[in-house]
Write a protein that binds this ligand. Structure first.
Ligand code: RB5
Length: 160
């Protein structure tokens, strides 16, 4: 499998801590550099602090992509997707992981530490890391996303 090697910013809450530790070992094995901003135990923390930091550091251009892990992946994705330019995908299967890179140009992968097992998480992560955005007709949808982010009204009567 061909992996992009650009650095990843990764974070979790208490519900994602164990899975994050497992995935860090996998990133080490792949030789993909990462910055882990916490949390650093299973003590209860609030996921918005972590998702917001990851989103902002991607927005600023410091990182191109990130991984967020909570109990379900959903809370992290809700927070991250509030930031313009962030396309965070809560994923629990291989196909969606590949498609969200190819079609949505996903730049944040959200996983549920209490939803998927370790082997499944590796499979999902590998699919997300090794697939590329294919553009083409999907660029129309991403353009519409940007219009929404910029507060523009979509032209519903002339859909592209
Ligand atoms: C924390 O228990 C849990 O709410 C959190 O990890 C996350 O899954 C939220 O969506």
């Amino acid at each position: 499998m061909d992996y992009r090697k650009d650095p990843i910013i990764i974070a979790c809450d208490h519900g994602g801590y164990r899975l994050k530790q497992y995935l860090l070992e996998h990133l080490d094995a792949l030789g993909i550099p990462y910055t882990d901003i916490g949390c650093s135990s299973e003590q209860i923390v609030r996921y918005p602090y972590y998702a917001a930091q990851v989103a902002k550091r991607i927005q600023s251009g410091e990182f191109k992509r990130g991984i967020l892990i909570c109990s379900t992946g959903i809370g992290m994705s809700i927070v991250a997707n509030r930031f313009a330019g962030i396309r965070a995908s809560a994923v629990s299967d291989h196909y969606s992981a590949a498609m969200t890179r190819q079609h949505n140009d996903s730049n944040v992968l959200c996983l549920g530490g209490r939803v998927i097992g370790e082997f499944q998480a590796i499979d999902i992560l590998d699919a997300w890391l090794s697939n590329e955005y294919i553009g083409g007709r999907h660029a129309i949808s991403l353009g519409l996303l940007q219009e929404i982010e910029e507060g523009r009204e979509l032209d519903y009567d002339h859909q592209r």
